[in-house]
Design a protein around this ligand. Structure first.
Ligand code: NDP
Length: 440
């Protein structure tokens, strides 16, 4: 930790992976002989840059921009951009590190990267967002390309931001290429990309339940977040016969016992809108809104709602040990992580000890990046596949990720431990490629 101080989330992510890899390193010496760990925890490249932009009052504003190009062992760097005031180099490195193994697990040829800025899109006008995105891309464009590094969205970056970033990339390079994913449909986007992460998390949960001869239909689910991942998790849960009863944002959460109304949620939260969930409770009188100021200290009360299934879909470390115990006490049988690293290490251990069905983020939320790769394939071949085609492939990919993680977990004698299974399966492919490619 001495060489990169002040990056707690990065160390948390690395420690989890290293702990899982112990049985693999005991079994196969080649990974130590080739110094894979020392190499893989060091990004191939970390780019930081200044982003200056003019606000609506004519004042110059400055933000930090980042792109980590973590690993290109099995394909071009691929991973989203996050715009959120909490972004710093440690957050970007944790996300980039996770991305290496997640991308490997998809079975597709994509390396690991991530980027973003401490820019806060909240309260900014459309023109301010555009000027920020243009300035961000004015620096980033020289480091990316459709076979080099292909960024996408993440927290605070959706179709609108990808549009402004893409427009600026074209202006600077004169090249119309699939350099970003999450594009809108008329200019190179893939059908089902918007839905992919949430749908994928639910497909993953379906594979988990099916393995125990169980099903989604009839189950009650709690979901956190109310952004891209949460909305499409809720949508697919409803389609598959489950009842999602909650959603949240950074200001509070909704508990709607009879089921979240998807239309209302989308009206409040999509198309660049981010209205308070308090409005939801005004429309649906039987729903209860709780603002953050009323949360018990050190707790996220979303996880105290009685449920069968939990889908953390907001942000990192949003579910701690006390929350995990509450979920278990209330009879929750499955946790599928739509967000990246939403459960603290202590919460993860509690789930594993209880032997509930637990799908870690790098497996359960890989549907987004997998579909991004399908978008790259369509761009490269100048084709557009139907929604059903992409959705069908996504479903297959999610099931294969489940199989790969669970078979690997079984191989190492811990069949219920998909953290171990996902980490080893993701790592092994990247590490073998690194050995093949020599000391680079
Ligand atoms: P969005 O920006 O669309 O939505 C994020 C949601 O989480 C918002 O409701 C936001 O509330 C809430 N949130 C964010 N930070 C916090 C916080 N600190 N405390 C409480 N609530 C918070 O992002 P996405 O839905 O795209 O991403 C959600 C998670 O899923 C992230 O962990 C992301 O890395 C992960 N993910 C996303 C993928 C994708 O394809 N989009 C792919 C794989 C993983 P508010 O608006 O009030 O801030």
């Amino acid at each position: 930790q001495q060489s990169s101080p002040g990056e707690p989330e990065f160390y948390q992510a690395v420690e989890e992976v290293l702990e899982s890899l112990e049985p693999l390193f005991k079994k196969e010496k080649k990974y130590s002989e080739h110094n894979i760990i020392q190499r893989i925890v060091e990004p191939e490249r970390m780019i930081t840059f200044r982003v200056t932009w003019i606000d609506d009052k004519g004042k110059i504003q400055v933000n930090k921009g980042y792109r980590v190009q973590f690993s290109s062992a099995i394909g071009p760097y691929k991973g989203g951009l996050r715009f959120h005031p909490s972004v710093n180099s440690g957050i970007i490195k944790f996300l980039g590190f996770e991305q290496i193994f997640k991308n490997s697990l998809t079975g597709l040829p994509i390396g690991g990267g991530k980027g973003g800025s401490d820019f806060d899109p909240k309260g900014k006008s459309d023109n301010e967002i555009m000027r920020f995105c243009q300035s961000f891309m004015t620096e980033l464009y020289r480091h990316i390309g459709d076979t080099i590094d292909i960024p996408a969205g993440d927290i605070g970056v959706g179709g609108r931001e990808i549009g402004y970033l893409y427009g600026q990339y074209k202006r600077l390079t004169g090249s119309y290429e699939g350099v970003l994913t999450g594009k809108k449909i008329p200019w190179g986007g893939s059908l089902a990309r918007t839905e992919a992460t949430g749908y994928g998390a639910v497909y993953f949960a379906d594979s988990l339940l099916t393995s125990r001869n169980d099903q989604l239909a009839g189950k009650t689910a709690v979901v956190s977040g109310s952004g891209n991942v949460a909305i499409y998790t809720i949508k697919k849960l409803i389609e598959m016969g489950a009842t999602p009863v909650s959603c949240s944002d950074s200001r509070g959460f909704i508990y709607h016992k009879t089921g979240i109304n998807l239309n209302t949620l989308q009206q409040l939260k999509e198309q660049g809108k981010n209205e308070s969930l308090e409005e939801y409770a005004k429309i649906h009188k039987d729903a209860k809104y709780t603002p953050v100021k009323d949360y018990p200290k050190g707790r996220n009360p979303v996880w105290s709602i009685k449920c069968d299934l939990a889908f953390p879909s907001a942000t990192q470390n949003e579910l701690n040990l006390a929350d995990a115990k509450e979920l278990l006490k209330n009879g929750c049988i499955l946790v599928a992580e739509g967000a990246n690293m939403p459960s603290t290490p202590e919460a993860v251990h509690a789930f594993l000890e209880a032997k509930i069905l637990y799908g870690p983020g790098k497996a359960a939320n890989a549907g987004g990046v997998a579909t991004s790769q399908l978008e790259m394939s369509q761009n490269a071949s100048m084709l557009q596949w139907s929604f059903e085609e992409v959705d069908g492939r996504l479903r297959n990919i999610m099931h294969n990720i489940y199989l790969s993680a669970s078979q690997t977990a079984e191989e190492f004698g811990q069949p219920h431990n998909l953290v171990l299974g996902a980490n080893i399966a993701g790592f092994r492919k990247v590490a073998n490629a690194m050995i093949d490619q020599g000391a680079v």
